[in-house]
Design a protein. Structure first.
Length: 352
């Protein structure tokens, strides 16, 4: 009887350190891909209409604009051409003031989990995507459409007046960019019963998303010159730049997956989760109009329409050009709404 009691006591003493050594921590290294990214909502805000400028008569009103290539300036030029029954119209850049298609990319990272109970784990995660090129094809196409339409619209307008030596040119394009996204998350995992060696689980939590890399940009540079009645010269330049910016945002994490253990220490995880948060995309607009005022013969001329366009190389006369709006620097023409990123990963786990 004493022998049995002694063996039982030894077994209990051996079992205590074994239980104490049961793994409570788990680390996972994983890789996968961003399966989809979607943005919704957002706000577009164009610069307001410019102030009126002095013309020959109130029945021929005009106003100061910072550019002919977007917003109010494009509307003014198109309205004047319509008054002359001209077919050419500027296609403004306005439609390009929106988020670009997010790149699909591989992603990888690590997660550290602490077992809280037989069902619950607390997880800290670090996730980053590979640097991927941002698709600027749609932006470049919009710039080209605006560039070509401006040349036609201004050429037809100048053809209506007593002008000579007219020269109109416009160049533009979009610059390539790359982007990387990093997420730091804190989440809870809830495990369910085993099924054929696989343990399903759900994940929910939150974190912060950080964007890095180079931002897309687009630019347009339009300039034109002409001579009135063979004596008075005019020259104006219209420069526009579109810039994209992304910042840091809070995230909500939701998803789930299955885990399969190959041994008490090693396992494999298939995980799918969605990271949802504010879309931090901001589209910023710069506009730099300039009007030449040199030359020995200076003056002004207007279209005598309602509305009217006025060109001037003599602002000291009180008659300024319609392209005399205040320059813009970093005007926010779009701010994002919400954004979701879906990622699927496969990871190897190690308990300790």
């Amino acid at each position: 009887m004493r022998l049995v009691a002694g063996m039982a006591l030894c077994a209990w003493l051996l079992a205590v350190p074994a239980a104490a050594q049961e793994p409570r921590w788990e680390v996972e290294a994983y890789g996968g891909l961003v399966a989809a990214q979607a943005a919704s909502g957002g706000t577009r805000s164009l610069p307001p209409a410019g102030p009126p400028i002095v013309t020959s008569s109130p029945i021929f009103p005009s106003r100061a604009v910072p550019s002919w290539l977007f917003g109010d300036g494009a509307s003014l030029l198109n309205a004047v051409n319509a008054e002359f029954d001209l077919a050419a119209q500027v296609t403004p850049l306005d439609a390009a003031f929106a988020p670009l298609d997010a790149p699909r990319a591989a992603n990888f990272g690590a997660r550290l989990r602490r077992r809280l109970s037989p069902r619950w784990d607390l997880e800290i995660g670090f996730d980053t995507t590979a640097s991927a090129s941002v698709d600027t094809d749609a932006l470049a196409a919009a710039v080209e459409t605006t560039r070509a339409s401006f040349r036609d619209a201004m050429a037809q307008l100048l053809a209506t007046g007593p002008f000579s030596s007219a020269a109109i040119d416009a160049t533009g394009g979009a610059a390539a960019a790359s982007r990387r996204e990093t997420a730091l998350t804190l989440a809870l995992n809830r495990r369910f019963g085993r099924g054929g060696g696989f343990v399903p689980y759900v994940t929910f939590g939150g974190g912060v998303g950080i964007g890095s890399g180079s931002a897309p940009t687009a630019s347009l540079d339009a300039h034109y010159s002409f001579v009135l009645l063979g004596q008075i010269g005019f020259g104006e330049r219209d420069q526009v730049q579109v810039r994209y910016d992304n910042g840091t945002a809070f995230l909500v994490v939701a998803g789930g997956g299955v885990q399969h253990d190959f041994s008490p220490r090693w396992g494999l995880r298939l995980d799918a989760r969605v990271l949802i948060g504010p879309d931090t995309t901001r589209v910023l607009l710069d506009a730099a109009p300039s009007v030449a005022t040199g030359g020995t013969e200076r003056g002004f001329v207007e279209s005598f329409t309602n509305p009217s366009i006025q060109f001037s190389s003599a602002p000291e006369s009180g008659r300024v050009s319609s392209l005399s709006g205040a320059p813009l620097r970093g005007f926010e023409v779009f701010s994002g709404g919400t954004r979701a990123r879906t990622q699927i990963t496969v990871g190897v786990t190690r308990r300790f």
